[in-house]
Design a protein around this ligand. Structure first.
Ligand code: ATP
Ligand code: MG
Length: 377
């Protein structure tokens, strides 16, 4: 039976098989009600740790807390001071602060009470076909609003419609937005958020100010992680933090999630490199090297067994692929051979993304590497 690395320590205590099942069941059952309670009562600083995921606990509460995205923060701060807000389009890789930024800005603009009336948040979990755009969005956009808050403070005389994960909207729905966006510009601002800007139709992008959210720089991530470690009273080593930064590749959400898992796994609440590597599912470089050497030997039967073993070990094929890629680039192969191999990698990557069989795909790739490598011999 394959166990993900998080659960390996339980084997030591004999928590396998049925016991393990019971443990997992108990864990999921136990977490749910507590989680509701935690969100209901806000993120109060209690001595006893509440099971709030750290990504939520440390989500930036105001625009100033958003790290590394200076341009967009500057624009939003201007509009918080009273200048007008353009329609916005945020795009960039996951975990770089897109959703957090607009939610924080909206909260600062309207305060907690008005927020519900003034902000319509739709994401990929909501139905966002053309019908919803025509009815829900259009109706909400048509409402007029006052320029003051109940507490007397002034607030911008417009509403915000946040369309998160806009790249999953159908083209027809996007097209339906075009005219609404223009017609209601006096009362409504749109904020579209997506990972792939190329999936947003041109007429919409040209109506918005575009902001690219960059993958977070290593230094910024490190700072943030160290800050969290200190707030959570964790012991950490420089190598441990570096390992977190390295595996997360600019995705701060991934880094924070990993940090939390690591903290939970290690008994002394210590963040060390070895635990991070184990928990992140990175394939040990030696294993990758061994597989590569098997490819070079040119024996297909042996290769078949090696690939099967890799999959049985539970390593994710996408992870193997990405590490393979880094290694192959550095290998002593001809340019032609490398190009054939990397092209195959692209195809395999696409197939894996579409849900193809991991074993077959990996074997396919390895056999191409074998073919190319043995040709030169
Ligand atoms: N620039 C940042 N500054 C501070 N914290 C950040 C930043 N980017 C990400 N985070 C952390 O990562 C978590 C996730 O960020 P967020 O939900 O904003 O990502 P996203 O860009 O919307 O990603 P996705 O494209 O997957 O929706 C936040 O809760 C926060 O803890
Ligand atoms: Mg998001």
């Amino acid at each position: 039976m394959y166990l993900s690395p998080q659960f390996k320590p339980f084997i030591k205590f004999g928590l396998v098989g049925e016991n393990m099942q019971a443990f997992l069941k108990g864990a999921t059952q136990g977490v749910k009600p507590q989680k509701d309670k935690a969100t209901a009562s806000g993120s109060g600083e209690n001595k006893r740790q509440k099971p709030v995921p750290w990504v939520e606990k440390y989500r930036p509460k105001c625009v100033d807390e958003v790290a590394f995205q200076e341009e967009v923060v500057a624009v939003l701060k201007k509009s918080l001071e009273g200048a007008d807000l353009p329609n916005l389009l945020f795009y960039g890789p996951p975990g770089t602060g897109k959703t957090s930024t607009i939610l924080a800005a909206a909260r600062e603009l309207y305060g907690p009470e008005l927020y519900r009336q003034r902000v319509l948040e739709l994401n990929a979990s909501d139905e966002r076909g053309i019908q919803v755009i025509r009815e829900k969005v259009k109706n909400f956009a048509q409402l007029t609003v006052a320029g003051t808050r109940p507490d007397g403070k002034s607030c911008p005389p417009f509403k915000i419609i946040i369309l998160d994960e806009a790249d999953s909207m159908t083209n027809a729905a996007q097209a339906a937005l075009r005219r609404t966006m223009e017609k209601e510009s006096r009362t409504t601002r749109f904020c579209l958020i997506c990972n792939y800007v190329s999936r947003i139709i041109e007429p919409l992008t040209s109506r918005c100010s575009k902001f690219r959210f960059k993958p977070l720089a290593n230094e910024v991530q490190r700072e943030r992680l160290v800050e969290i470690c200190e707030k959570e009273n964790l012991k950490y080593s420089k190598e441990g933090i570096d390992a977190l930064v390295k595996v997360s590749e600019g995705d701060l959400r991934k880094a924070i999630t990993l940090l939390q898992s690591t903290a939970r796994l290690s008994t002394e609440k210590e963040i060390t490199e070895s635990i991070v590597v184990e928990i992140s599912g990175v394939v040990p470089p030696k294993v990758i090297e061994n597989l590569l050497q098997t490819c070079y030997k040119g024996n297909f039967e042996k290769l078949e067994i090696a690939v099967k073993n890799m999959i049985d070990e539970g390593y994710a094929a996408t992870q193997i692929l990405s590490q393979f890629h880094d290694v192959i680039i550095e290998e002593k192969l001809g340019d032609k051979q490398k190009s054939v191999i990397t092209e195959k990698m692209a195809v395999v990557d696409k197939c894996l993304a579409d849900g193809a069989d991991e074993y077959l795909q990996l074997l396919n790739l390895c056999s191409v590497i074998m073919q190319q490598a043995t040709q030169s011999a």
